[in-house]
Write a protein that binds this ligand. Structure first.
Ligand code: FNR
Length: 366
């Protein structure tokens, strides 16, 4: 015995986000796992998001004198500990009873923002009390605008700093895993910031069909600003043309997203459409990306292709499922450590230094 091995029964912390995913899967009810993990249709877009990051190659640089890297950055006038925020996801309470308050605590401790979902399982006031980092509200526009307006006012009173309109969901994509499982929320899981008596939220796909407004157009951006007075970002932009329209409509930021492959199956990977969108945006608003970020080096790859920051989705839920707030903190800590490793080994001293010169090319994996 060398004494170096962990005592039996004591497991070491996960060393990668994929290890968090494996451990989460082992703990979760299979239908809940399918709900968080699945995509729409044949899950081609879900797979494409990750494959695009897998093709990125970064150039190691040597003897740069860069020293310790600084991963912090400024987005919409606020300092972030790193160019990483938590993506909006419904019902963190499915993973752990503390839900979004645990996520907010973990994000706040790392100096990272959290985008809370319209369908958060804890109240915006509780969530806001758990973090001093920026808190944004993701908005789904309901057919009943008065409900949407009340939700925004409630969140603004709790200290939300910006609105993120999810624009890619005029209806929910057909998520075959959920349809096969006839997935329903357990009775104790409900949206904490929406009136309980106004709709049946138990089947997300059914509520998505009946509740969400399918006829939104760009005028909704001005409406969101008028009812809140807050900066407005639009999430779900996948073309340069829509990015130009978003800027013409006055957005403060764009999130390049295909909803983690949960909406239009067959849509391209977000990373594959980023460069033309970044060219169209040309620094006129904040540019974020989500979908398939699973390593710190993925963050650097997205920055190299023109993003200001990324949103991290499913891995945060995996962390919560594994160990509540400590697990979410573990996931965010791993990403930041890996980002710092990638920045240091590419001689990237600051986030502002990350540009296309980092890219060694794209691996041919065909
Ligand atoms: C989501 N996503 C999402 N988006 C949104 O705008 N509002 C929401 O309520 C939700 N809810 C939601 C639940 C679950 C379980 C998942 C997995 C995703 C999409 C999310 O914001 C983001 O776009 C993707 O999850 C990012 O991709 P990755 O990081 O999960 O690959």
């Amino acid at each position: 015995m060398t004494g170096r091995t962990a005592p039996s029964g004591v497991s070491r912390p996960p060393l990668s986000l994929d290890e968090y995913a494996e451990r989460a899967r082992a703990r979760l009810d299979p239908a809940v796992w399918d709900f968080i993990e699945g995509g729409a249709g044949e899950e081609r877009t879900l797979a494409a998001n990750r494959a695009a990051f897998d093709r990125i190659r970064l150039s190691p640089r040597v003897l740069t004198g860069a020293g310790e890297c600084d991963p912090s950055t400024t987005v919409l006038g606020r300092r972030w500990g790193a160019p990483v925020a938590v993506a909006p996801m419904a019902y963190h309470t499915l993973m752990h009873p503390d839900g979004e308050t645990a996520t907010a605590r973990a994000a706040g401790a790392a100096g990272l923002p959290l985008v809370v979902s319209t369908f958060a399982g804890r109240t915006y006031r509780e969530i806001a009390a758990a973090t001093t980092s920026p808190l944004w509200l993701q908005v789904y526009c309901f057919r009943d605008r008065a409900t949407t307006r009340r939700l925004i006012e409630h969140a603004a009173a709790a200290g939300i700093e910006a609105l993120v309109l999810t624009a890619d969901t005029p209806r929910l994509g057909r998520r075959l895993r959920d349809l096969r499982n006839d997935f329903r929320l357990p009775p104790h899981i409900a949206p904490a910031n929406l009136p309980a008596d106004e709709a049946d939220y138990s089947s997300p796909s059914e509520h998505g069909r009946t509740g969400l407004d399918p006829s939104l157009d760009w005028s909704v951006i001005a409406w969101l600003r008028s009812v809140s007075g807050l900066p407005v970002l639009v999430k779900g932009v996948m073309t340069a043309e829509d990015a130009r329209r978003a800027i013409a409509a006055g957005v403060d930021g764009i999130v390049v997203s295909n909803h983690g492959g949960r909406q239009l199956d067959g849509a391209p990977a977000t990373l594959d459409v980023l460069a033309p969108i970044a060219a169209a945006v040309d620094g006129r608003c904040a540019l974020l990306l989500d979908g398939g970020v699973r390593r710190g080096r993925d963050v650097l790859g997205a920055l190299a292709l023109g993003a200001d920051a990324v949103l991290l989705g499913r891995p945060v839920l995996h962390g919560l499922a594994v160990a509540g707030g400590n697990g979410a903190a573990g996931v965010l800590g791993l990403v930041l450590d890996e980002l710092s490793e990638a920045m240091t080994l590419t001689g990237t001293a600051t986030v502002a230094d990350a540009d296309a010169s980092l890219l060694a090319g794209v691996a041919d994996t065909t």
